[in-house]
Design a protein. Structure first.
Length: 365
């Protein structure tokens, strides 16, 4: 395995292991009586992150690859069915870890937000749509940027210019983007209390009621000027670079981490695989922003993420770079059965941790 990816995996494993020891309630539930698994939860989640970073969409192929190349890090590797089952049960654990790693990044405190949504395709053939367990959650929708229809879900993101998402939602394909953005802010008290923020959006978020609601929360909306508006909106001509940033985040998820090739056939499987990719992105940006001073909290020494790098590569200092790296500041998955959002509304809600994360001083497993 790549030495820099090996370093990331080692740091991540030690951090996850410390967090699960400090917060045992985050670990997946299992019977009190029984044989303890040979592969610990920290090893399982670290293994899932490596799978996403190496680009394996097939769990069976990844397990075969791990038995050949990763036995030094993981002495015991489960069979594919056991790996798949345990990974689905570890979805809540991954959400807690994403939140803790994201909060440890200094870029989370940026006062500029970018909002957008991207399709998450779940099937193409009519037979798949008919027999899929995602029916009622996944719907048909239209992607204007790619000029195509799709059947699946839509991932909504609110991110900072450095590529760090601060809120997210996974909804049906036809869910209104403006209603979803407001719901993400309403469900997160920490975001709702941050006044003075600037939100950069595209023309799809055009609405007088939406803008008035944001102004009431102390958030300024900046979007492109449409043809029917005679007066150009403030700062509209400076939006193109920021729109490229949010598009690069979506492109990173799809092109490098195969977001649309998740392979999930049930809601639990789709959520677990999306969280797996998000945790991989979070771990990469966390490693980038904190690897220069591994023994110091990131907030005490602000750093910046290079927005121009592409792909996972080494910069000579043991840092793993990726363009548009995505971190999620979420802790809990909530499903809301409301008419507005359809059968399921999966939303990320920030929740402040009870104690600060302890950063390990060693980097060995």
């Amino acid at each position: 395995m790549n030495p820099d990816l090996d370093t990331l995996a080692t740091r991540l494993y030690v951090t996850i292991d410390d967090l699960l020891i400090e917060h045992p309630q985050w670990a997946p539930e299992r019977p009190e009586v029984g044989i303890a698994p040979k592969l610990t939860d920290a090893e399982l989640i670290t293994l899932a992150v490596i799978q996403a970073l190496l680009g394996f969409t097939s769990e069976a192929r990844f397990i075969r690859h791990a038995r050949t190349h990763l036995t030094g890090l993981f002495p015991y590797l489960p069979q594919r069915p056991a790996y798949n089952k345990r990974l689905r049960h570890a979805a809540a654990t991954m959400q807690h870890l994403i939140a803790m790693l994201a909060r440890d990044c200094p870029s989370w405190h940026d006062d500029l937000w970018l909002v957008d949504s991207t399709p998450v395709e779940c099937g193409r053939s009519r037979e798949t749509v008919k027999r899929s367990d995602l029916a009622g959650w996944a719907t048909y929708g239209y992607c204007a940027s790619h000029s195509r229809f799709f059947w699946g879900l839509r991932l909504h993101l609110i991110a900072t210019p450095s590529g760090l998402p601060v809120a997210y939602a996974l909804t049906g394909a036809k869910t209104d983007e403006r209603d979803t953005a407001l719901a993400m802010l309403e469900l997160d008290p920490a975001l709702d209390a941050r006044s003075g923020q600037i939100l950069v959006a595209d023309k799809g978020y055009r609405s007088a009621a939406f803008e008035a609601e944001l102004n009431a929360r102390g958030i300024t909306l900046i979007r492109p000027t449409i043809k029917s508006e005679k007066i150009e909106r403030p700062l509209a001509r400076f939006l193109k670079p920021f729109r490229q940033i949010i598009e690069s985040i979506n492109q990173t998820l799809k092109a490098q981490l195969d977001l649309e090739r998740h392979g999930g056939r049930k809601p639990a499987g789709v959520c677990a695989r999306i969280l797996q990719r998000l945790l991989a992105l979070t771990a990469a940006i966390w490693h980038n922003e904190t690897s220069s001073q591994p023994g110091q909290h990131a907030h005490s020494s602000p750093t910046t993420t290079d927005p121009g790098c592409t792909g996972l590569r080494d910069d000579g200092g043991g840092r793993v770079h990726q363009k548009g790296l995505l971190n999620w500041d979420d802790c809990d998955v909530q499903r809301h059965n409301t008419p507005k959002f359809g059968r399921h509304f999966l939303c990320g809600q920030y929740r402040a941790p009870s104690t600060a994360m302890t950063r390990p001083s060693t980097m060995t497993v």
